[in-house]
Design a protein around this ligand. Structure first.
Ligand SMILES: NC(=O)c1ccc[n+]([C@@H]2O[C@H](COP(=O)([O-])OP(=O)(O)OC[C@H]3O[C@@H](n4cnc5c(N)ncnc54)[C@H](O)[C@@H]3O)[C@@H](O)[C@H]2O)c1
Length: 328
């Protein structure tokens, strides 16, 4: 009988994809609900045929070396793959896959949830009411900003940014977009206008970030950009933390250069700039944008199908370094 492939999963994900994986492979899963330490990761990948990794795992050449030359694929349980040294993987012939598409709704929904929460001061008012401070309706209590009819600026109109932009239609908003690649359907369907980043920042009431994290997008929003924004503007980041210069964000909020921020991701996650945690005009979420049952299950299904396909000698569905496939 042929030996079953040996797969390591760096942290528990929903049961359904794991069940499918177990039908085809011997599977070991990190039993603790926490990221592996570096030493644990290096030890646990050793001798595996495939690894299902998370965005909290740094997957670099040392990890590929530790895994060994038999290891064919790292299936990253995220659409973003900034935690993986893709060039090193390609050099070693290791296939890297991600999970695009299935978390677009979930992520756009969190961006909208943050936008509403900051504009209408939902978290702040909730905290107030829970603290027993509600003494009755007040004409000046928690005055926020309306969303309908305002201008939404979307930076990065890929899969998730497009979903975000489409949500604006229901609120009768003007939509400004910034992306090297124009989506004509957003112009046609929403009357969206593509502009450069500075114009978007100057004219938008709400700015939502949806680019991948790359060298070119690191600190895409910093001191200069905050100075361009409206004093009433709200910044929403559900992409990756380092896209916003977090210290510059603190400075901008302290100086009143913008009105507020809604953040799902942080520059040095899980650390958060301490000042942000004290500000009532900032809503902070612990990186939960894709945390719906639907998205997390489907992310697992894609990752598992990719692993099974690669181990069967087939091309995976979503490969981020397809040049490896050409050479194999
Ligand atoms: N918070 C979360 O849990 C969470 C969940 C899902 C995705 N994300 C992040 O969201 C990112 C986007 O995901 P996606 O599936 O929409 O990716 P995508 O590749 O479909 O879209 C990204 C878009 O950004 C554009 N872009 C790149 N650099 C740009 C720049 N400098 N200015 C303007 N646009 C630029 C690209 O051209 C592309 O259209 C992911 O890379 C991931 O890091 C975060």
């Amino acid at each position: 009988m042929q030996k079953r492939p040996n797969v390591y999963v760096t942290r528990m994900i929903p049961e359904a994809p794991i069940t499918v994986l177990k039908e085809h492979c011997d599977v070991e899963i990190n039993p603790d609900d926490r990221p592996l330490t570096r030493q644990e990761l290096l030890a646990k990948v050793r001798g595996r045929d495939a690894v299902l990794s998370l965005l909290t795992d740094i997957i670099d050449d040392e990890v590929f070396l530790a895994a060994g030359p038999q290891c064919k694929v790292f299936a990253n349980y995220a659409v973003g793959f900034n935690n993986v040294d893709v060039a090193a993987a390609t050099k070693r012939g290791v296939i890297i896959t991600n999970t695009p598409g299935v978390l677009d709704n979930a992520t756009a929904e969190i961006a909208w949830a943050l936008l509403f929460a900051v504009a209408r001061r939902v978290a702040e008012a909730d905290k107030f009411a829970r603290a027993g401070l509600f003494q009755g309706w007040g004409p000046m209590m928690f005055l926020g900003q309306e969303i309908m009819g305002k201008t939404l600026g979307v930076i990065g109109t890929g899969r998730i940014g497009s979903k975000m932009a489409r949500g604006a239609q229901g609120f009768g908003m003007r939509v400004l977009c910034c992306d090297e690649f124009k989506k004509t359907e957003l112009e046609k369907d929403l009357g969206a206008t593509y502009v450069d980043k500075d114009t978007l920042l100057k004219e938008s009431d709400y700015v939502s970030l949806h680019t991948p994290l790359m060298p070119s997008t690191t600190h895409l929003i910093s001191d200069r950009e905050f100075k361009l924004m409206k004093k009433t503007a709200i910044l929403i980041n559900s992409s990756r933390g380092p896209i916003v210069d977090e210290k510059a964000l603190v400075r901008a909020l302290q100086a009143g250069e913008i009105w507020g921020a809604g953040l799902d991701v942080f520059e040095n996650e899980p650390a958060i700039e301490p000042e942000l945690r004290t500000m009532d005009n900032v809503v902070i979420l612990p990186h939960i944008a894709s945390a719906t049952i639907e998205a997390r299950t489907q992310m697992g299904m894609i990752a598992v199908r990719n692993i099974i396909k690669v181990l069967n000698g087939e091309a995976p569905e979503t490969c981020v370094n397809p040049e490896v496939l050409k050479n194999s």
